[in-house]
Write a protein that binds this ligand. Structure first.
Ligand code: ADP
Ligand code: ASP
Ligand code: MG
Length: 479
């Protein structure tokens, strides 16, 4: 059995849904397939915006968003030309939109959206798209059924970024999806969402449909997980930033985890964990060019002439600095900084402490900056009053750039090349860190300089050139 996940662009129009259905139908001829779908591209953003507008008591604007989402789906449905099957799908969609509108109305009445309600609203896009995809498969002669992952993907109650409970999920997934597979039906499962043990819908975090595919593949022992997206695979850099970025034919789980964690949006950072655990290969392929080789992610990565495999970047971060001469020799300051931020459930991308110990810097998402600073202000209230800690400052508008590759292990020359290049290019570096895995070297810089840094580093390590000089054909040579 294989799991195939289709992203927002890959189900983004009637033509794309037909293309996805062709890919599934072809695979189905030789093996069992479970399909996982994202919402139609852009829909999740609109749903979240509707919830926020409703919470701000702008109900009219919120319902207008819903109307736009509704129009997007009815246009796709019409273009899909599902003939007789169309009206049942239209009914199913109408039911979901009815639910959505009443949720939006209640949020507007309360003037507040709880994380729990937000997850319900945000997760509706996948429930809509799965109906369209399943019906298209059926009409094309491939029996399929839309399945809401809320029926079997059990998570904790951390709304907005829920964590899957694998054992419960395995039991329920087997009971829910097993009979469908046995009956020759392709389950078309909603990505991104799950439900708590008592049935409250949750989401796995933005971009989480990749993670859904890996969870399902992991618990049901798939032989492969294929992520169908809108680029040829995992590339040496974001192709939207570096025009000559090259597709990596093969990378290791660890490299993929590092890449996605440091900003390669093509794969959700948590996707790799269930795949590693079950030893399942993950393939990233382009649904626009289904014959391309894509990227294979597995245990090993091919040797490479260059120590560096890829360059990534994340923007909209803030550098939070806790500063004070009084921190010298004051025991446990770093620990208190981290535990405060951890208590707020804020993810830290990077930490650096100056050797003089005058300051500790944390890199976090900009949207959490004020909350983190306030929490730290409370933690260190006494030290601040005593003048031991002078300030807690935020520097917004920064990015982290990471230089990634298994070949960097124990090779100090890569770091030398990175920093002399940045010096030559006059790129201001605000902080530096080397991942403990030694798979990456990352630094913080003003966002305005990030694209330039990524492009320069990509050129410095000649990442546009395939290691064997033959244009990205490593996997082909191995076969
Ligand atoms: P999907 O909707 O299929 O999940 P995403 O938009 O989440 O697709 O991810 C695919 C996008 O990731 C690409 O269009 C590309 O712009 C971006 N991306 C960023 N870094 C990389 C990278 N290193 N390799 C490939 N794509 C990347
Ligand atoms: N639709 C969700 C999002 O936009 C999940 C996904 O696309 O992976 O975040
Ligand atoms: Mg994605």
């Amino acid at each position: 059995m294989i799991v195939m996940k289709f992203g927002g662009t890959s189900v983004g129009s009637a033509a794309r849904i037909h293309a996805a259905a062709r890919i599934v139908t072809a695979a189905r001829a030789t093996e069992e397939v479970i399909v996982v779908v994202s919402a139609v591209g852009g829909v999740t953003d609109r749903l979240i915006m509707a919830a926020q507008q409703a919470a701000a008591r702008e109900e009219w604007a919120a319902q207008e968003q819903v109307t736009i989402v509704q129009r997007i789906h009815s246009e796709i449905l019409e273009e899909l030309a599902l003939e007789n099957a169309g009206s049942a799908v239209a009914d199913a969609l109408a039911g979901l939109f009815g639910e959505l509108r009443s949720f939006v109305q209640s949020v507007a009445v309360l003037g507040e959206v709880t994380p729990r309600t937000l997850d319900y609203i945000a997760g509706l896009g996948e429930r809509l798209s799965s109906r369209l995809v399943a019906a298209t498969l059926c009409v094309g002669g491939c029996p399929a059924e839309a399945v809401d992952a809320t029926r079997f993907l059990v998570t904790d109650t951390h709304f907005g970024e829920a964590f899957p409970l694998m054992d419960a999920t395995r039991t329920r997934a087997t009971a829910t999806l097993g009979p469908l597979l046995a009956a020759g039906v392709v389950p078309v499962v909603t990505g991104f969402i799950g439900a708590t043990a008592d049935g409250a819908p949750t989401t796995l975090g933005r971009g989480g449909s990749d993670y859904s595919a890996a969870i399902i593949g992991g618990v049901l022992d798939a032989t492969a997980i294929i992520i169908w997206t809108d680029v040829d695979g995992v590339m040496t850099a974001n192709p939207r930033v570096v025009s000559n970025a090259r597709t990596l034919p093969q990378i290791s789980y660890l490299e993929a985890a590092e890449l996605s964690y440091f900003g390669a949006k093509v794969l959700h950072p948590k996707t790799i964990a269930p795949a590693i655990e079950a030893g399942i290969p993950v393939y990233i392929r382009n649904s626009f060019r289904p014959n391309g080789l894509g990227t294979e992610i597995g245990r090993d990565s091919p040797p490479s002439r260059e120590p560096v495999r890829a360059i990534t970047a994340i923007a909209q971060l803030t550098l939070l600095t806790v500063q004070g001469k009084g921190m010298i020799g004051l025991p446990g300051v770093a620990a208190r900084v981290f535990s405060t931020v951890a208590q707020e459930q804020i993810n830290v991308f990077m930490i650096s402490q100056s050797s003089s110990e005058y300051n500790i810097c944390l890199l976090i998402e900009e949207r959490f900056g004020v909350r983190a600073a306030a929490a730290l202000g409370q933690t260190f209230e006494r030290e601040r009053a005593q003048g031991l800690i002078e300030g807690i400052a935020l520097q917004n508008g920064v990015s982290i750039v990471a230089v990634i590759g298994a070949g960097m292990r124990g090779l100090p020359t890569a770091a030398g090349r990175v920093f002399s290049l940045l010096g030559r290019e006059n790129i201001e570096v605000l902080a530096i860190a080397q991942g403990s895995s030694e798979l990456n070297l990352s630094f913080v810089l003003p966002t305005a300089a990030a694209d330039h840094a990524v492009r320069s580093l990509h050129a410095e390590f000649a990442l546009d050139v395939a290691p064997d000089g033959a244009g990205g054909s490593y996997a082909a040579n191995q076969r």
